[in-house]
Design a protein around this ligand. Sequence first.
Ligand code: MCA
Length: 519
Amino acid sequence: MARISWMDALKDKAKNLVSERVQESQHAQGKLTAQERIDLLLDKGSFTEIGAFATLQSHEYDLQKKKEERDGVITGFGRIDGRQVFVYSQDFTFMGASMGEMHTRKIAHVIELAMKTGSPVIGLLDSGGARIQEGIDGLDGGGEIFKKNTLASGMVPQISAVMGPCAGIAVYSPALTDFIIMTQATATMLITGPNVVKSVTGETISMRDLGGAEVHNRVSGVAHFLTVDDKHAVELIRNLISYLPLNNLEDPPIVSTNDPYNRLNSSLEEIVPDKSTVVYNVKAVLQEVLDRGSILEVHEHWAANVVVGFGRLNGHAIGFVANQPMVLAGSIDIDASDKIARFVNFCDAFNIPIINFVDVSGFLPGSNQEHGGIIRHGAKVLFAYSQATVPKISLVMRKAYGGAYIALVSKDMGFDKVVAWPFAEIAVMGAEGAVSIVNRKQLKDAEQGSRIKQKLIDEYTERFLNPYVAAAKNKVDIIIEPKETRKTLINLLEMLLPKRGDMDAKIPMKYKKHGSMPV
Ligand code: MCA
């Protein structure tokens, strides 16, 4: 009995220390405590803690006087909607949740258990980075986390929610995971803080301007989701998990829906003008076609010229990639290339079929893009789609020209089924550009250049800018009225769901270690 009281006393001590500190620190800053975050994240009463008694072992500085149970991170497992997940939650109130040896080893341990059991791992981050006093012990523990993150990649989904500072070595683990969520007012991610920036480069900049949630959601693309606060972040994680299988050997869960599979999309003809130069919001198309209320956009605030995310069709999870005509005419630039490639790669790793909603005239031209390496970044899109063996369906709504046609539509690059609307334009390029190249000499010689040019444009449009040339060559499988889109996509998706991935490979993939992805 005495031993039980001893254990209880240690547990109470850990809890009381947290609750005292909480008053002035976490809550005052609009943050929840490490334990409150876990309690909100997991199904009620489902959490089991691992490593509660672990404490720092270092004798450097006066660390032994500071040591406490948990060493600044709560680790364990529980359930989300009845499905097992592993979790770690950093406690900033203990030495800024700095990452010493025990702290890092505890995190690495839950990632390892997640791999062994095929369960997602969720990190709730709030840390000042490597615990300076512990020297390289914390750094090496960080190395173990990064190695485990890398091994777990593609095996179990990994989600990181940054809810406070995340500095130095703390940033690299989330960066190795599949999704990063940042809370608007409290999260920052940076490899070095403003003081170091000032001393190295002379630049004066605030924490938030350097690595705040807005910056990483809108500018750098490091973060995938922006949330109002901790509670919102945790709700988002629960929602995100609902689209994902627990591991790469399972399929995503099927969710029952009241949305009829054969619902006609009569409003699509109003949403999408048939004249290919008139803009519209592609998100309205996605909302109309996918199961009602099923959309979860990823990277919403970054590279908005393409829209990617998860949705459902007749209850089946899918990943969508859609050109957004409202931004850069939906063209694919450097950032959009990275956005698409990363998302497609994730979907393929976790058996989530991909559906493209295509309306694009090409990759974005210009010296900015060329000098920034659009060729290298664009190649990632080709690589990701070519490598993906999940069901891949492409819907051509209006334009699909040139390289972007190959990347997002071409059956020869591995799209399983291609659907087009009657006003789809599948060609090497638009009429104006084509005529100015092909008929350049003729236009130069002609006295009445503009009248002849218009005639040539009309001829090109008539001959090439439709879906029937491609359909005649069997490159388009089905031409439908826009209102038949939902029903058709569901039929094709359900036909393709039993697809066996390795049938897609024309070379013996299993004898290859892996491709050399352009990065
Ligand atoms: C914070 N604390 C730390 C660390 N960060 N202790 C050891 N190692 C750390 N990395 C402690 C503080 O000393 C303080 O302890 C307590 O946590 C709370 O921090 P405080 O500064 O009072 O909180 P804040 O005002 O809210 O500021 C949070 C902060 C700041 C912005 C994260 O603490 C900070 O700038 N920390 C250092 C960030 C950093 O440069 N990390 C890189 C580490 P007490 O309460 O006893 O006073 S080096 C690294 O990770 C690797 C090697 C790398 O690649 O860079």
